[in-house]
Ligand binder design. Structure first.
Ligand code: CP
Length: 307
């Protein structure tokens, strides 16, 4: 295990729109606290509710914000695009004011549009980006960092290979930022349509050949192929994508025996990864989900404690 830092202390943040809203020191403090919470230490208790406002579907993120809220003594309020007054034209800002009036003290927001939280006026409570289009998914990155930490592995100096649909992936961008901030070297691999020229450099990462990266990486993050964000023919077929870029059972054999495998979920089995990968001892895929609860609790605890 990595060394413990004493007294995490509150992260003084009113809004987490992107990983780079945190300093490396704040990231470390949150990871220490996330580890403590994952080990059963009691969380600070608050009154009120955590609100989840999700304009896109979710299983992991929405439920883990709610579970994390319960650890903090919070009730839950839930708004989705379907079945809410969003259908009547209520804006995000008005929705958040409404939830605040109903008792919300913090809200997690997922939108298909990038950067929504950057321009949103103050709504009287902290806001967390739960995924905004292709741009950022900062709490997924926090969960992934904790999963690596709990596996007893250092991020500083690690070689992290992110494979697949980088173009459409908020997970790739927030993961790239988080791993790089803590001293990892990030490599990207994927088809030219999904890792267009210049993208790796714009992210401060390095593009590598898939099989070279698989052989050398300490951590391999496989991305979901985001077909819902593909407006035109990025790929000849899913079968060809699997053949050329999937983490198949055959490619899994290239990984080092001590490599770790991440996937943010939901997985397209038989497309970006084979079923064998999910259950391989090197896979942290299910641990990532549990870490999402601990890290969202650590983050919301810090944001609420700082108010
Ligand atoms: N990883 C992730 O964001 O999953 P959900 O879409 O199920 O929340």
């Amino acid at each position: 295990m990595q060394g413990r830092v004493k007294s995490p202390g509150p992260v003084r943040l009113d809004r987490l729109a992107q990983i780079r809203d945190l300093s490396a020191e704040e990231l470390e403090r949150l990871l220490v606290r996330g580890q403590e919470l994952s080990e059963g230490q009691p969380a600070l208790q608050f009154r009120g509710a955590v609100a989840t406002v999700f304009y896109e579907n979710s299983t992991r993120t929405r439920n883990s914000f709610q579970q994390a809220g319960r650890l903090l003594g919070l009730d839950t309020l839930q708004v989705g695009r379907e079945g809410s007054s969003i259908q009547k034209g209520e804006t995000l800002e008005d929705t958040l004011h409404t939830l605040r009036a109903l008792g919300a003290v913090i809200a997690a927001v997922r939108t298909p549009e990038p950067g929504v939280l950057l321009d949103l006026p103050d709504v009287g409570m902290p806001l967390v980006n739960a995924g905004d289009g292709w741009r950022q998914h900062p709490t997924q990155a926090l969960a992934d960092l904790l999963a690596v930490r709990l596996a007893g592995r250092a991020v500083a100096g690690a070689r992290v290979l992110i494979v697949g649909d980088i173009l459409h992936s908020r997970v790739a961008r927030s993961g790239n930022d988080a791993f790089a901030m803590l001293g990892a070297k990030v490599w990207l691999a994927g088809p030219p349509t999904l890792v267009p020229q210049g993208l790796a450099a714009s992210l401060g990462a390095e593009q590598v050949a898939l099989e070279d990266g698989l052989r050398a990486a300490d951590i391999v993050m496989v991305l979901r192929l985001q077909q819902e964000r593909m407006e035109r023919g990025y790929l000849p077929s899913l079968g060809e994508y699997r053949r050329e870029w999937g983490l198949t059972a055959e490619r899994l054999a290239l990984l080092r025996s001590d490599a770790l495998v991440l996937h943010p979920g939901p997985q397209n089995r038989g497309v970006e990864l084979d079923e064998e990968v999910i259950y391989d001892p090197r896979s942290l895929i299910h641990r990532q989900i549990a870490c999402g609860v601990a890290m969202r609790a650590a983050l919301m605890e810090a944001m609420l404690d700082a108010r």
